[in-house]
Each structure stands twice: as structure tokens, then as C-alpha cells.
Design a protein around this ligand. Structure first.
Ligand code: KG4
Ligand code: ZN
Length: 354
């Protein structure tokens, strides 16, 4: 296949424990079974040739963490353990493939909650050993960007705006395994800012999507916030959070029934404007005509609108389907197919979130 010839340069991988070389046949399709367990979603997917999702199973822990108002790492790890076998079984069932049809097993190795990551990695490594298939360790952030390869014909170069719960970055992607971070947040991530402001407005976890809904009913011009001064492509959102806190304190003192939707809409307008503005600036500076959006906050209706509008300026815009924005395993399977530096051992760094 043309895709594989071009983008899957390493056709021989080593399984982690047997150290036996396994050939990924050039004639057959490459089906990758992928597991994601970095935070509060236990997910398993089977992805064909990096772009076609044969199955995509996600077990969310939202109900559990709702009672705590946020993700409790120890609880999350235990829930992953309970769910992981079931999501793997379902992924095989939905894809209608057998283990012998799988070319490699991938799992997120970081960044994320360490206890949670270990559950998915262990499951993947066990499958890799049992079925004698190569294991591929995947960086969660790269995978978010790769969600844009699913069901599309996207090829680098492109500029990516990656906005998740723990990260906010503008990335210049020059090749499938060649990217450069042009800028990132120096304090809070965009998703973190959404979640914190949602809490200030009394909205339940998960804050981001709830704030998004509330903002739909408000006036985005009701309040103006000051833009933080940062380097060209960097972001800073902690001052914004404090500004909203002060505004909420003032408004609630004047009237306990103040218009929360106006605050939500003004905040959403401000933060999405900064994100979109800097992304466009990066694309212009490097003369890149493709822009992609990625990460959980890519599910936000306003950032989707603003990035999509760049089409009118002559850019080709890619925005993943909602189910591939927030954490899922299909993006892990896609990333495993396209990345060249295949990791076959546990000797990888595991970062803690935020
Ligand atoms: O990528 P993701 O699912 O997990 C991480 O890797 O962090 O991103 C989760 C973040 C959370 O902060 C969540 O509130 C935010 O994405 N999020 C949203 C929306 N949907 C999810 N933020 C704003 N509007 C949304 N619709
Ligand atoms: Zn994520």
C-alpha cells in the first residue's frame, strides 16, 4: 500500500520480551490495537492503516469523579483496572478481527497519571507477550494531534493547536515524526482554565463542557479581560482565572442572581480568541497552509468555530470529530502507525500531569 510504503519505514519491530523480530507484512493491512488510560477514560481501539477506525471503545469515569469534583488519581487507577479487560474484549468484538489479524499493540506511556498509565501499559505489554506482537509506546500529546489523520487525507506540513486539560501548545509539524513546539502555556493549560472558571461559576465536573453549554446562553461581549503579555507563541491563563474570580466576587456581592452565562460567554470568547489568534500567526509566519486543532478543548464549540473560520482566509482546516477530541484510543492507534521511533521497552519516561 502506498501509505505504508511512505509512512511506515520501520517494518521490522522487536517484541519487548521475546526480543524476536516480527515482520509487519508489506502486503497486508496494518491493524493496531491501542489502549489509552492516562487519565479518567479507559479506552481500547483497533485502527487500520492509521486512518480507519475499526472499533473505538471508551469507558468514562465521569460519574465516579463527579462526587469528588475532579479526578482522584488512586480511584482512577482502580477503575482502569476494573474496565480494561472489558474494553479490550469489546474492541475485538466491534472490529470483528481476531488477535492474529493484529500487527502491533500500542499504549499511552505518558504524560498522564502514573498509576493510570501503568494499567494500560501493563495490559498492552501482556497482550504483546501473549500474542507475540510488537509493543509500541505512545506519547499522549502526539496522539491527540494524530486524531486528525483519522478519516482524512491529512499529510504534514501543518500547524497544530493542541489544547487539553494539562497542555496548551502550538506545534509546527513538518513530517510524521518531525515536529517542533513553537510555544506553550507558561502556567495553566486551556482546559485547566476552563475547569477552574467553571468551578468559580458553580458548575459541576467536568467543567469545560458544562461551561461551554452555559456560555451558549450568554453575551460574549458583556465583559472584557486583559490579554497577558507573553512571548510570541506562548500563553498565560492564570491571570485570566484571577480576573474572573474578582469579577465573580464583585458581581455576586451586587446581586446573588448575577448573570453567570454572560461571564461564561465572555471568558470563552476571550480565551478562544487568544488561542486562535496565535495559531493563525504561527501559520502565517512559517508559510504553512494547513491548520489542525487537537485535544479535549478542541471539543469546545467556540474554538471549533474560530479555527474553522480560517478556511475563509485560504487555509485548509482539520478538526477531529468530537469523539476523537477528548481522550480515546483510536488516536493512539493512529499515532502508532505513523510514528517512526518505535519504543519496544518499558524504559520510557512517565510524566505526571500538570
Ligand atoms: O484531552 P483531554 O480529554 O484530556 C487531557 O489529555 O487532558 O482534555 C480534557 C480537557 C478538560 O480540561 C475538559 O474540561 C476540556 O478538555 N474540555 C472542554 C470541552 N470538552 C472538554 N473544554 C471546553 N469546552 C469543551 N466543550
Ligand atoms: Zn488527552
Amino acid at each position: 500500500m502506498e501509505e505504508k510504503e511512505e509512512h511506515m519505514p520501520k517494518k521490522v519491530l522487536k517484541t519487548p520480551l521475546s526480543n524476536k523480530e516480527t515482520e509487519i507484512s508489506e502486503r497486508t493491512d496494518t491493524n493496531i490495537l491501542a489502549i489509552e488510560s492516562s487519565c479518567d477514560e479507559t479506552a481500547c481501539a483497533i485502527v487500520k492503516n492509521g486512518r480507519e477506525v475499526l472499533s473505538n471503545v471508551v469507558a468514562s469515569q465521569i460519574k465516579t469523579h463527579m462526587q469528588f469534583g475532579g479526578v482522584v488519581p488512586e480511584v482512577a487507577a482502580r477503575e482502569h483496572l476494573e474496565a480494561v479487560n472489558e474494553v479490550i474484549a469489546k474492541a475485538f468484538e466491534e472490529a470483528k478481527v481476531e488477535p492474529e489479524d493484529i500487527s502491533a499493540i500500542a499504549a499511552t506511556v505518558g504524560p498522564g497519571l502514573v498509576g493510570s498509565l501503568l494499567v494500560g501499559m501493563n495490559a498492552a505489554k501482556t497482550l504483546s507477550l501473549v500474542f507475540d506482537k510488537p509493543f509500541i509506546g505512545i506519547n499522549h500529546l502526539n496522539a491527540h494531534v494524530c486524531a486528525n489523520y483519522i478519516d482524512t487525507d491529512l499529510k504534514p506540513p501543518f500547524v497544530a493547536l493542541l489544547v487539553s486539560g494539562g497542555h496548551t501548545q502550538i506545534i509546527k509539524v513538518s513530517g510524521y515524526s518531525d515536529s517542533e513546539i513553537l510555544g506553550e502555556t507558561i502556567d495553566d493549560a486551556a482546559g485547566e482554565a476552563f475547569d477552574k472558571v467553571a468551578r468559580l461559576l458553580g458548575l459541576p465536573y467536568p467543567g469545560g463542557p458544562n461551561l461551554d453549554k452555559m456560555a451558549d446562553g450568554g453575551n460574549p461581549q458583556a465583559y472584557k479581560f486583559t490579554k497577558a503579555k507573553t512571548d510570541e507563541f506562548d500563553f498565560s491563563f492564570s491571570g485570566l482565572k484571577t480576573a474572573v474570580l474578582q469579577l465573580v466576587k464583585k458581581l455576586s456581592k451586587e446581586d446573588a442572581n448575577y448573570n453567570k452565562a454572560d461571564v461564561a460567554a465572555s471568558f470563552r470568547e476571550h480565551i478562544t480568541e487568544i488561542l486562535a489568534e496565535k495559531t493563525l500567526k504561527a501559520a502565517k509566519k512559517y508559510g504553512i497552509k494547513q491548520i489542525v486543532l487537537a485535544g479535549g478543548v478542541a471539543a469546545n464549540s467556540e474554538i471549533r468555530r474560530k479555527i474553522k473560520a480560517f478556511q475563509d482566509k485560504g487555509y485548509k482546516v482539520y478538526i477531529p470529530a468530537m469523539k476523537y477530541c477528548t481522550d480515546n484510543a483510536a488516536m493512539i492507534g493512529s499515532c502508532a502507525y505513523f510514528q517512526e521511533n518505535v519504543i519496544t521497552d518499558v524504559g520510557v519516561e512517565v510524566f505526571s500531569r500538570a
